[in-house]
Design a protein around this ligand. Structure first.
Ligand SMILES: C[S@@+](CC[C@H](N)C(=O)[O-])C[C@H]1O[C@@H](n2cnc3c(N)ncnc32)[C@H](O)[C@@H]1O
Length: 228
């Protein structure tokens, strides 16, 4: 049994990879108007597969998005965080990494067959304990994008409203909030976001409540990438 099936909450490398591509595309747009290093938040990162997948995609794309972004990866589960920080994964887990990324992003297997995430990707990710229900907003905010996937479904409506309000306040104007495909924002607070479909939400302009649009926005939900 691989680690991803033991921790509370299943996860995996390149899960719902279309949404990783959407984050990459949003950063491409951002790079045209801002030179600052973007921060991404993987909120509820579990065993690290999500933030490392994002780091792989974004490090390989640094030509079009400028300096590779930094990723804050947080979870309420300390054992999951320990596993994520160790950054070594069994073959059953790394099998989900597209071949194009595998050799560039993983080091050689150790005696137990586990392969480490290479230093170039690890250096882009900071892991920290954080409870979305009650902890203060991370000092790295505002974030250009937040992945909060397959987490809201574990909370009731009132908690979801608290969490989404916290996430909203840490997003840049026009920033992207990514939830799981099957998840919906709570009714309270959803007016601040434009629903792009497929679990993608763009924060509306705080002053005018207009949606800040990018040329590629409409294609996010239906993108099909070569490595997906
Ligand atoms: C189903 S996993 C999803 C992992 C990853 N985001 C993905 O989609 O593959 C949900 C994760 O959210 C974490 N989590 C649940 N409630 C949380 C909270 N209130 N604050 C922070 N993390 C939380 C769990 O510990 C678990 O690691």
């Amino acid at each position: 049994m691989d680690r991803s099936s033991r921790i509370p909450g299943t996860t995996g490398f390149f899960r719902d990879a279309e949404n990783l591509a959407a984050v990459r595309d949003a950063l491409r747009s951002r790079a045209r108007t801002s030179a600052s290093v973007p921060w991404i938040w993987s909120a509820g990162c579990a065993g690290g597969q999500e933030p490392y997948s994002l780091a792989m995609v974004l490090c390989e794309e640094s030509g079009s998005i400028g300096t590779p972004p930094m990723i804050l990866a947080t979870d309420v589960d300390e054992s999951a965080l320990r596993y994520a920080k160790a950054g070594r994964y069994e073959a059953a887990e790394t099998a989900h990494i597209p071949a194009a990324f595998r050799s560039a992003c993983l080091g050689p297997a150790d005696a137990w067959g586990r392969r480490p995430i290479r230093a170039r990707m690890r250096s882009r990710v900071r892991f920290r304990h954080h409870d979305l229900r009650c902890d203060a907003e991370p000092k790295e905010s505002p974030f250009s994008a937040i992945l909060c996937r397959n987490l809201l479904m574990h909370h009731h409506e009132a908690e979801r409203a608290v969490i989404v309000d916290r996430l909203r306040r840490t997003l840049e104007p026009g920033g992207l909030l990514v939830t799981g495909f099957q998840e919906h924002l709570p009714v309270a607070g959803s007016e601040h976001f434009a629903d792009l479909g497929g679990g993608l939400y763009r924060l509306r302009d705080a002053i005018t409540q207009r949606t800040i649009r990018t040329p590629r926005e409409e294609t996010y939900a239906i993108r099909s990438e070569a490595w997906v």
